[in-house]
Ligand binder design. Sequence first.
Ligand code: AMP
Ligand code: MG
Length: 411
Amino acid sequence: MSQHFTPVAVARAHILAACAAVTGTQRVPVRDALGRVLAADVISPVSVPPHDNSAMDGYAVRAADLAAGTETRLRIVGTAYAGHAWQGEVGAGEALRIMTGAVMPAGADTVVIQESVRTDGDAVVVPPGQKAGQHRRRAGEDLHAGEAALRAGRLLRPADIGLAASLGVAELTVRRRVRVGVLSTGDEVMSIGDAPREGGIYDSNRYTLTGMLTRLGCEVVDLGVAGDTREALSAALESAVGEVDAIITSGGVSVGEADFVREILASLGQVEFWKIAMKPGRPMAFGRLGRGERGTLLFGLPGNPVATMVTFYFFAREALLTLMGVAPVAAPIHFSAVSDTAMKKQPGRTEYQRGVLELRDGGWHVAVTGAQGSGILRSMCDANCIIVLGDDCGNVAIGDAVTVIPFEGLI
Ligand code: AMP
Ligand code: MG
């Protein structure tokens, strides 16, 4: 492939280098923090668990009382329930009936599970072979007071929400949401509700982009459709610069159209136009519009519906996560699968095929979803993964290993 094509890795690195987390933060109730990005470490005000407690229903005993090779008979002195500390001390020759989660009483250090004992009046008979300290959860074994329970930069998942709640933390400090404007371009592009017209097509990109951005946790600002005129495009962009953190456009960056778009973007900021060594994709623009401290990032994605989605996933996604304050941004989950389809592939560019991934005969298999044209959005609907054929990869034969990225988890 000739040198004027920019490798995927070079374009991605360039984009990432231009991105930094938004600085605004807000306090939100724990329940509302799902999917938000933590802006400050959550320091645990308590130890978890707060005190030694029993991991099982049974008897709290003193390990020193237990005979090595024979049964031990201990006097039952009471019962400890979870949530009700038993006042008193387990003395020599004594045992306390204890429930899971109940605080370990003073004096006792070991729990004998109820299934292994026999009771006899007010005595419990413990068989030999118990281990000192068994079935006791130690205070702080999950977390010590003063330690960071959750680190800044975390995209909060249900377990994180639960962990924060388990510390009694009511509110979390999260980054403000990233605002992204979405603009479609093209004289042929119609919005839902427009009367069908000769040569017109209904817009899909604003909808796929809105979906992907919403799943990512961004606030979406619909900038509508700009026709292929200087006035329409500059008006739409100018209205959004400074109002949003990023603008994502689709269409209008291919070679035939780039010239007047290039001029407009040059007048609004600094934008680079690339031909990326990838398929689908290829034409893409990236830069910064407006002045001021940060300006507004511009992602000019190609117009073909599959190309729009693929370039979003492989260029905009990481950049937006960085803006959202996610740190570190992890690579999407990818693994190797056996290809059930032969694929023609030119080395020197990265290809993203739509695939159906299936666990069969103890391993992952993937097949391509029919026609792969970059305008065929149905190939994305039918797929459950993207097959990534890297720059070095050539033709793929049935049975070859290929890299796949499942959609679930991607966004
Ligand atoms: P462009 O990059 O503007 O040359 O567009 C490439 C192809 O994508 C053309 O066939 C366009 O009609 C189509 N296209 C552009 N924008 C959209 C859109 N928002 N929704 C669906 N198809 C589009
Ligand atoms: Mg166009």
